[in-house]
Design a protein around this ligand. Structure first.
Ligand code: GUN
Ligand code: ZN
Length: 432
């Protein structure tokens, strides 16, 4: 058995502030110890209590640092890494102008392997240890991703895009081939180590009803597999869905009609949902990924977190790179704060922490594995540096409470703030 202990300030969410209030939503140890045994969280507590009991266990100490669970990104596209920050379009033009030509290159397994490596390094540099990831239509894009993530022993979920219409010929499959290819990928990767599979129809406009049925069949035949798609992101997109599916009552109803809602279904965006749709998402225990940098960048709109909270819909935080403009969940929370300010609502820093960690884990039904320091959870955690930049160091000198430090960390933090990242108890990134 390998045991190691980590000493710093420790903070993790234990509940949703919307359910229990802010004060009861987190646990904090100003001078804390996290004990990791064989890649799992063994104990957590005050240094004064735990140190005398540790015997010969090695204790790694970090000064001016805060240890939190690794961040969870509930929506991201690895093939879009190289097209992040592409200028000037809204969703549908952005897809045609930048996205489809970029994704074409993933027919080449060597290219896919290169980008998967760059992408995972970038996630870990930013403290993200779990993500729900889009591949491209090419099965080899998913093989490359899982191969790289498996070598790092990461808890990752991904899937092959299913897309059989309204996209260039070079990027389309068919209902039948998408079923066959997805099935083979599920059999190869789902449950292998910490890897999990997501059935991934791109969004309603690029799938025929037959393909959505094929997606539902995959879910039924493989319990435990995820469903990952986009929903109600952009006004023109929503109008297009109405034209393509005139017999359905709305965008969500397209997915609902085909049996794609459920506890492991994650819908990215949901910027323009009505009350009825929120209610249906909650009834089916489906989750929504809030992607603030992407929604601002593509001009999609302001995510109504309060409405989803009112209906008790599970919500996680997503970067949605490459429409999102940062891999950093701290930067995403910075933008989320501003999205809420524009709606006259304050996003509490402990709610922000929840969204990026335990809330994400719950959205992905992984709360018994990651997202908090509950005993027995997989030891995925980050060491955040309160003094990452001269400005942060100076700002922290003025801060008088944990709440104030956490908020400043979120607003000023980015990849420079992540001193070290651990996955399954192993160091997978150390800042140079
Ligand atoms: N809707 C369909 N495809 C995409 C995509 O790649 N990115 C975003 N943000 N929305 C989409
Ligand atoms: Zn997306």
């Amino acid at each position: 058995m390998t045991t190691k202990a980590y000493r710093a300030a420790l903070l993790h969410s234990v509940a949703d502030p919307a359910e229990v209030g802010v004060e009861k939503s987190y646990q904090y140890f100003e001078d804390g110890i996290l004990v990791v045994e064989d890649g799992k969280v063994a104990r957590l507590g005050h240094a004064a209590d735990l140190l005398p009991q540790l015997g010969g266990v090695e204790v790694v100490e970090y000064r001016d640092a805060l240890i939190t669970p690794g961040f969870i990104d509930t929506h991201i596209h690895y093939p879009q890494t190289g097209m992040i920050a592409s200028y000037g379009e809204q969703l549908l033009d952005w897809l045609n102008t930048y996205t489809f030509p970029t994704e074409k290159q993933f027919a080449d397994p060597a290219h896919a392997a290169d980008v998967a490596g760059i992408f995972l390094k970038e996630l870990l540099r930013n403290g993200t240890t779990t993500a729900l990831v889009f591949g491209t239509v090419h099965p080899q894009s998913v093989d490359a991703f899982f191969d790289a993530a498996g070598k790092l022993d990461l808890r990752m979920i991904a899937g092959k895009v299913m897309m059989d219409r309204n996209a260039p010929d070079y990027l389309t499959d068919t209902a039948e081939s998408s079923y066959r290819d997805s099935k083979a990928l599920i059999e190869r990767w789902h449950g292998k180590g910490r890897l999990l599979y997501a059935v991934t129809p791109r969004f309603a406009p690029t799938s025929t009803p037959e393909q959505l049925d094929a997606a539902a069949r995959l879910l039924k035949e493989h319990p435990g597999v995820y469903m990952h798609t986009h929903l109600s992101e952009n006004r023109k997109e929503i109008e297009w869905v109405k034209e393509l599916f005139p017999e359905r009552s709305g965008y969500l109803d397209v997915y609902d009609h085909h049996g794609l809602l459920g506890a492991r279904s994650v819908f990215a965006h949901g910027v323009h949902l009505c009350d009825g749709e929120c209610q249906r998402l909650a009834e089916t225990d489906s989750a929504v990924a809030f992607c603030p940098t992407s929604n601002l960048f593509l001009g999609s709109g302001l995510f109504d977190l309060a409405k989803l909270e009112k209906h008790k819909v599970k919500v996680g935080l997503g970067t949605d790179v490459g429409a999102g403009t940062s891999f950093s969940q701290l930067q995403s929370l910075n933008e989320a704060y501003k999205v809420m300010q524009l709606q006259g609502i304050k996003l509490d820093p402990f709610k922000s922490l929840y969204l990026a960690t335990l809330g994400g884990a719950r959205a992905l039904e992984l709360q018994d594995k990651v997202g908090s320091f509950t005993q027995g959870n997989e030891a995925d955690f980050v060491v955040l540096d309160y003094k990452a930049t001269p400005l942060m160091a100076y700002r922290m000198q003025q801060a008088r409470s944990l709440e104030e430090r956490l908020f400043a960390l979120i607003m000023l933090g980015d990849d420079r703030t992540v001193r070290e990242t651990f996955a399954h108890g192993r160091s997978v990134h150390r800042r140079g």
